[in-house]
Design a protein around this ligand. Structure first.
Ligand code: ADP
Ligand code: MG
Length: 340
């Protein structure tokens, strides 16, 4: 399907909700699919001269653009072409892709490699990438072979010259833990430019809120809390002018011989995370950073993750599976946010 046809289809999905009740403000919702998940955008009281149709088209084009750069599921994306390139010389890339990779590598350094975009060979090996999964679990030899090409130090960036370099032809970059948050930030920037002061932008659970909702209150953000009986509870926080991202082991996983294998991989062991931390939510200014930090803290686990988040002054909320049920653990920054 060409882009234009797809855009028209998306446009026909627009759900324009004008709230007419007396004390509710005008709100407009735009939803659809992107990056293998859904997106939901709410605009509240946009300036009267806003051309919503043009804005909607610009948002959809922006999402398309990010996928065309960062998707491992699109063989022609800039990332897929970079991955397919066996050169170990400096490779010229677009400034935007270079910066995404450089920013993601910086988070690797902050988290001692718990977040690592070179984790791709392991993601694919464990059956969470674009390639179809083989039956059974990978052998220790296969994990060791994949790990030889994993490590953020194996990838270098020089964005003054728009260049990236792999030290080994087998490097496979996976931006799936970065791109959704990044796309939220890009859409938010677009809305800021259009002088929209109140909005919520959410892609696959990663979100950014600015201003107020249609009831003139901060946006109500529900954090999922999976219970032992597979039911879901929600913790509500009212937030504004922040980004929120959650990583969990309860949405994208499979079970093998009673063991749960989550799509978050610990690059240090080469295995999916298996500890008792079931979910982490991070609240900060940038959605891309929140998205990556949530993954990193999930990898690090309740003790090391909590300690790093405190050290970085990062508002984070951990859900830990214990024999008494799922228990909550907050950093001091997060506790403060909940009191506001
Ligand atoms: P979640 O919301 O659970 O964090 P995401 O889709 O944002 O889910 O991120 C998970 C994806 O990130 C995985 O499917 C994989 O492609 C990639 N990934 C897995 N482990 C890591 C890691 N340690 N560092 C960076 N990316 C990872
Ligand atoms: Mg994420």
């Amino acid at each position: 399907m060409n882009v234009q046809v797809r855009l028209i289809l998306f446009l026909s999905l627009f759900l324009v909700v004008a709230c007419e009740s007396e004390n509710k403000l005008n709100a407009y919702a735009l939803n659809g699919n992107t990056m293998g998940t859904t997106f939901n955008i709410t605009l509240v009281t946009p300036p009267t001269d806003t051309n919503l149709k043009i804005l909607h088209t610009a948002i959809l084009e922006k999402l398309e653009h990010v996928e065309n750069i960062a998707s491992t599921y699109r063989p022609k994306s800039e990332l897929s072409e970079f991955n397919a390139n066996p050169s170990t010389d400096w490779i010229t890339v677009t400034p935007e892709f270079c910066q995404m990779v450089a920013d993601a590598l910086a988070v690797s350094a902050t988290t001692s490699g718990a977040f690592d975009i070179t984790v791709g060979p392991l993601v694919n090996l464990w059956g969470f990438g674009p390639a179809t999964q083989e039956d059974g679990l990978p052998s220790n030899d296969e994990v060791a072979a994949a790990r030889a090409n994993v490590g953020y130090q194996l990838l270098a960036s020089n964005c003054d010259q728009d260049k990236l370099q792999k030290t080994s032809a087998g490097i496979y970059v996976d931006l799936s833990g970065w791109a959704k948050g990044y796309a939220v930030d890009e859409v938010a920037a677009l809305l800021d430019n259009a002088e929209i002061e109140n909005y919520l932008v959410e892609i696959g659970g990663e979100l950014r809120a600015r201003g107020h909702n249609s009831e003139s209150r901060k946006f109500a953000i529900a954090i999922e809390k999976p219970l032992q009986n597979n039911e879901m509870q929600h913790t509500m926080v009212r937030l504004s002018d922040v980004a929120v991202a959650t990583s969990g082991d309860y949405r994208n996983f499979y079970e093998h011989d009673g063991q749960r294998y989550s799509h978050t991989i610990d690059p240090r062991t080469g295995h999916p995370v298996t500890h008792n931390l079931t979910g982490v939510t991070v609240v900060t200014a940038s959605t891309a950073y929140a998205d990556a930090m949530a993954t990193a803290l999930l990898v690090l686990g309740p003790e090391d993750g909590h300690a790093l988040a405190e050290q970085l002054d990062l508002a984070s909320y951990f859900l830990v599976r214990t024999e008494h049920g799922v228990e909550e653990l907050s950093t001091s920054q997060f506790a403060q946010l909940r009191q506001q």
